[in-house]
Structures are given as structure tokens and as C-alpha cells.
Design a binder for this molecule. Sequence first.
Ligand SMILES: [Zn+2]
Length: 124
Amino acid sequence: MSDAPAAAAKLHTGACHCGAVQFEVSLDLAGAIACNCSICSAKGLILAFAPADAFRITAGEDRLNEYRFNRHVIGHMFCDTCGVEPFARGQLPDGTPMAAVNVRALKEIDLAALTPAPYDGRAA
Ligand SMILES: [Zn+2]
């Protein structure tokens, strides 16, 4: 966990669909995005980003498979049982490792209250 999380960051827990993979992350959901790239469209991902040290897998690390495509800079991690992608691994522009969390995989959040910002990943 980061020593000084952003003021709006809160601790969330999440999981894949079958529950084999569990994680916790300190995250500001106000920064969530809805991206139109090919994989986010196909999976319906709403993503929010956290530095890697604010993200922790609490169960099922050995159940994760990784999918990379295009420039292979992002590791899309998915459960080997249920196929759900709880998060992806990548880097911030300055090279800091980060987690791109699938907001839909978080527990106890009000998805309908979120207003993810559109992101034009198709053009990026
Ligand atoms: Zn699963």
C-alpha cells in the first residue's frame, strides 16, 4: 500500500466471477474510464488505475492467465476458471508499474452512480 494515497482514494476489494482470484486496491473511482479500444469494447471494461504498490492480489495469483496483444505493453490478467479479467498490468507514462482495475469486478460499489470518462483508446 502506498504511504500517501490520494485523498479520494479508497480501499476496495474485488474478485473474478468464480472468486478464485481476489484482490484489494486503493483507488479513486472518480478517475474511471470507459475505453473504446478493441478489448475494452469486447469485455465491457470500465477501468480505474492505481500504482502497483496500491494493488495487492489476496488469493488466486496462480489462477491467472495473461493475454497480450497489439504492442504487448499491457498484460490482461484473467481467471483460468471463469475467464473474467479482474485487472490488467501496465505502466504509467513515466514507467511506474500500475494496475488497471476492472471496476465491474469490485465489490460493494454502485456501478450506476459512476460516470466513467470516455477514453479514445481506439485512436491511441
Ligand atoms: Zn474466476
